[in-house]
Design a protein around this ligand. Sequence first.
Ligand SMILES: C[S@@+](CC[C@H](N)C(=O)[O-])C[C@H]1O[C@@H](n2cnc3c(N)ncnc32)[C@H](O)[C@@H]1O
Length: 335
Amino acid sequence: MQAQLQSLDTSIERRIHFLLRSTEDALEFDGPNVVEGLSSTPKRLSSVYVYDKRGTELFELQCGTPEYYLRRVETRLLNSHAGDIVRQCGFPAIVELGAGTAEKTRILLAEYASCGAHCDYFPIDVDLETLAVCARRLASAFPLVSLHCLGTTYDKGLRAIPLHASPKLFLFLGSSLGNMEWREIDVLLSRLFESGAHGDYLLIGADLDKDPMIIDRAYNDSSGYGPRSTLNILHHLNQRYRGDFIVDNFRYRSRYDSRAKRNEVRIESLEHQTVTLASLACTVSFDANEMIDAEVMLKFDPDELAAVLDRAGFAMVRRWIDPVYRYGLFLLRHN
Ligand SMILES: C[S@@+](CC[C@H](N)C(=O)[O-])C[C@H]1O[C@@H](n2cnc3c(N)ncnc32)[C@H](O)[C@@H]1O
């Protein structure tokens, strides 16, 4: 029994490789960017700092709230259409941007497994701790999956995908594409295009414009997990840069701008205060009620999104849109 367990453990470990495990200085939004963001008007902090182990746990709790329809609806769409996706794409290597806990990726991996197909899976994520735990869980649940983990940013992860990993299905779920400004989306899509080859696929989960009440509720859940996950930016900065943010001195603010089709999340300073990030030699003053731009959640128009993707070299193959919650899965082919 002991020997069997040991050999199972070895088989799991053998199928997990870390291609990149960046330390903090490899983060795209590094110390100088934090200082620059806190010195600008209005002040801003990158949402990438939501995600350390604690931030991901809070995000997962938010995903389980009744108000946060995004996870529920995307899971439903994937459960209904995983078979169609695999029939269309075959069994390519999967490269996932912002894999997180990869809960929904399991639906696709189960589809591969049910056909007895091997899968080379390349999860990219800045949250190294979550990535390591998730890799072990997947390797143990799916004996035909080999994991090639990239603990880094989207851009650096995509650059590090080996050329022999082809054909590929790029996955970008959770409407994480909407956590970027349009100019950043253009840059990322051109990086994705360069990382792929003719015949590769891209599957995007994207939240669509809808009744603002539904969106407002999703980002102001009654359990408070959404607000706490955003405020985790301050905890994370305290840890990473020896900071002294007193998190209770700040408040979460979320507002949907239906004209611009974007939910904007800010962190409000509740009083006049000064904060130091010792390792960045940075001291910043906040006025009472001063806002820090922290997160954006774009809510797409499906045709506009298709046009942007088309310009970036990805042709629409299929799209599945939930008619009630207006959330879409978009399957595209690299031209
Ligand atoms: C909104 S969560 C989505 C997680 C998961 N894909 C889902 O659909 O539930 C975004 C994930 O992307 C990761 N992430 C955010 N910005 C990133 C970046 N610039 N590079 C790499 N990973 C990033 C976070 O750590 C987090 O796991």
